[in-house]
Design a protein around this ligand. Structure first.
Ligand SMILES: [Zn+2]
Ligand SMILES: [Zn+2]
Length: 269
């Protein structure tokens, strides 16, 4: 989980700033591109909100689910080798993430939260922070619940959170790093850039955060050969201020009709 940590931020910046210069997908894109200040505010303020929300979910729901799942099953899961546990954890968490993410696209009220993330018009590692805290708490909280309920070991949950966080930076970064044949199994910058593309053929595609094979299974994988998105973002208006974006889902917007959601790529699949 992304938690506010200044040193963590510096390490991520030290990795991705040079990476984006060396392997730039859009060479003309500046480091200090439009709305970088907004994404910096998200990086520093969202972390605290999200930590509180996810901790609450972990304590309350984790205990409830943990008591429902038979102790013998939880013990059997925890006794497996750590690598096997990690593979199982990533797949089960990503399955839940896929469903939650798809719901945020298909339910109009939930889309109002997720529209904030899709207002990104220039992709880079910093833009990955622009997520409404309710969106982040629900999707990340939901994806970690099966890991707690099934009793995966603490090091496995920590490794999952680490991989999820760094993969999220990579997926949004302005890089042309190709995954080769692995792109059919593992989510890549290519797949997630298409998820953010403001192009009709890419709408409602590539929901998985870690394993693109889940999109393949549910027929939502979109990876056209030899093409890159022309533009990112959505057509509906999203305010540019942090506080305005936080209250956006709670404001009445007569323009948020189903036809507009369809135009911006958030139709019911
Ligand atoms: Zn999305
Ligand atoms: Zn994204």
């Amino acid at each position: 989980m992304k938690v506010f940590n200044f040193w963590h931020f510096l390490v991520v910046a030290a990795v991705f700033l040079p990476l984006e210069r060396l392997f730039a997908l859009r060479k003309e894109q500046k480091i200090l591109r439009a709305n970088w200040r907004l994404d910096l505010v998200y990086t520093f303020l969202n972390g605290a909100l999200i930590t509180v929300g996810i901790t609450l979910i972990i304590v309350v729901a984790g205990n409830i689910f943990g008591s429902v799942v038979p102790a013998r099953l939880r013990a059997a899961v925890a006794m497996q080798p750590l690598l096997i546990q990690l593979i199982e954890a990533v797949i089960s968490a990503d399955l839940v993430f896929y469903c939650a993410h798809r719901l945020f696209h298909s339910v109009p009220f939930l889309w109002k939260f997720h529209a904030v993330h899709h207002s990104i018009e220039e992709m880079d590692w910093l833009a990955s922070a622009r997520i409404h805290p309710v969106d982040q708490i629900v999707t990340k909280g939901a994806s970690i619940l099966p890991l707690l309920a099934l009793g995966f070991s603490d090091p496995v949950i920590a490794a999952f959170a680490f991989i999820f966080s760094w993969q999220s930076y990579l997926l949004h970064s302005n890089v042309r790093i190709k995954f080769g044949l692995l792109k059919w199994v593992v989510a890549s910058p290519e797949s997630h850039h298409w998820h953010h593309a403001n192009e009709r053929e890419a709408y409602n595609k590539n929901y998985a955060a870690q394993r693109s094979i889940i999109d393949k299974l549910f027929h939502t994988l979109y990876l056209p050969e030899g093409k890159t998105p022309e533009k990112y973002g959505i057509d509906e208006p999203v305010p540019r201020g942090y506080l305005s974006q936080l209250i956006l889902p709670f404001r009445h917007n007569p323009q948020s009709s189903n036809s507009e959601l369809e135009a911006s790529g958030s139709v019911k699949p």
